[in-house]
Design a protein around this ligand. Structure first.
Ligand code: GLA
Length: 393
């Protein structure tokens, strides 16, 4: 409420008092297990967070969009026209909503005017908690509402991903937009990224919390090695398919079949990337069994193994993430700890017994600083609701 009231004030300051305002919210997400396999047809287990991005919107009569973010107040109001929706580096963060608007129009949705909008987000940017998916899905929900579009959440999720792939140029999978759009309070989502079949799993653990630790090492997804990793997986898949192995995604293989066919993968690099994808998918399935049987300790061990595979086979961790995770593993009360999101900086996710959290934050923060010279930040995360309209004002 506090964030929203502040944002309404900011909106009025930038764009004037008159007219009807609408308000919206979209969360960030954290992935508990199943990393770098959404684009390999695997299963992932993220949840939406209870922090995210707020927007205050007022429809306009003309074709102008004026966008303002409290997080980037130095950039001022960014303005563009409905008739020229092109990627423009001067428009900085506003390219995300712009790309979503363009994608909706290309898909045939009738968007026939501009709007004024103010955003405020409390997801740390570039921290691997999906601040970009959050603003994309938020824009989709806004378009649906103010232009009265007939579209459901899963389609909005797909168009948001498409905007990121085609407009922004980051070849991300579907996980982030899905978690942000379809999140449910107190639940994580088991999502099959191949079929988009999903189930909710209650994720409120007795005496245990989800602790997110931010390396505070900024990671630009666009410039990172993300697309490269994806290309290595695609080339492993191509090698296998060309050897008459009947699969459509890497995660169609279980580990045993992978061991039998891996000789067909031409480069060692593609082979180890594929090995991560296939073992990670198996870990997710095993983690679900453990969770269902109430064996949270084993769930935590699988999180640890996930990190090791991301470190050694997928090579997306780096000094900062490893330092945080290794320090977490040494703490009493840590059930499991791993990097989350794309990697190369960003955040880790840990399950920690509540009565050890204070000490966890103190000790992990201290060891991290000793190893990297950086200050980590910590957040306790609660699985939250997906993107939605708030009340009208
Ligand atoms: C980023 C991408 C997701 C997913 C993760 C890694 O967050 O946006 O699609 O690939 O990295 O699991």
């Amino acid at each position: 409420m506090e964030n929203l009231n502040m944002l309404i004030k900011e909106f009025k300051k930038e764009f004037g008092e008159k007219g009807r305002l609408e308000t919206f919210f979209s969360p960030g997400r954290v992935n508990l297990i199943g990393e770098h396999i959404d684009y390999n047809g695997g299963k992932v287990f993220p949840c939406a967070l209870d922090f995210g991005t707020y927007a205050v919107v007022r429809k306009r009569e003309d074709n102008i969009f004026r966008m303002y973010s409290v997080n980037f107040e130095n950039l001022g109001i960014i303005q563009f026209n409905l008739n020229s929706l092109v990627l423009d580096s001067n428009d900085d963060w506003a390219n995300y909503p712009k790309g979503v608007i363009k994608t909706f129009i290309e898909e045939g949705y009738n968007i026939d005017s501009g709007f004024d909008i103010a955003f405020y987000g409390n997801i740390p940017n570039g921290a691997g908690l999906s601040s970009s998916a959050s603003i994309e899905v938020l824009t989709s929900v806004i378009l649906k509402d103010i232009f009265k579009l007939n579209i459901d959440m899963v389609d909005m999720v797909k168009l948001s991903q498409k905007a990121e792939n085609k407009f922004i140029g980051v070849n991300c999978g579907i996980m982030d937009q899905f978690a942000v759009g379809m999140g449910k309070k107190n639940n994580a989502i088991l999502l099959d990224c191949n079929s988009l079949a999903y189930t909710y799993a209650p994720f409120v653990l007795e005496n245990i919390s989800i602790v997110i630790a931010n390396t505070n090492k900024r990671r630009g997804l666009g410039e990172s090695k993300y697309n490269e990793r994806r290309a290595s997986c695609e080339s492993a898949l191509k090698d296998l398919q060309e050897s008459e192995i009947k699969i459509t995604t890497l995660c169609d293989l279980d580990f045993e079949s992978f061991e039998n066919v891996k000789k067909n993968i031409k480069t060692n690099e593609s082979l180890i990337r594929a090995r991560h994808a296939i073992t990670e998918n198996e870990r997710v399935l095993e983690a679900m069994e453990k969770l269902n049987s109430g064996d949270i300790l084993s769930f935590g061990k699988l999180m640890n193994q996930s990190h090791i595979s991301l470190r050694d086979d997928y090579e997306v961790t780096g000094l900062e993430l490893d330092a945080l995770v290794e320090a977490a593993w040494e703490e009493e009360g840590t059930i499991g700890s791993r990097m989350t999101g794309a990697g190369f900086g960003g955040c880790t996710v840990s399950l920690v017994e509540n009565n050890h959290i204070e000490k966890f934050i103190k000790n992990v923060g201290k060891k991290y600083k000793e190893r990297t010279g950086l200050e980590a930040s910590f957040y306790i995360a609660n699985p939250g609701e997906g993107a939605r309209k708030l009340e009208e004002i």
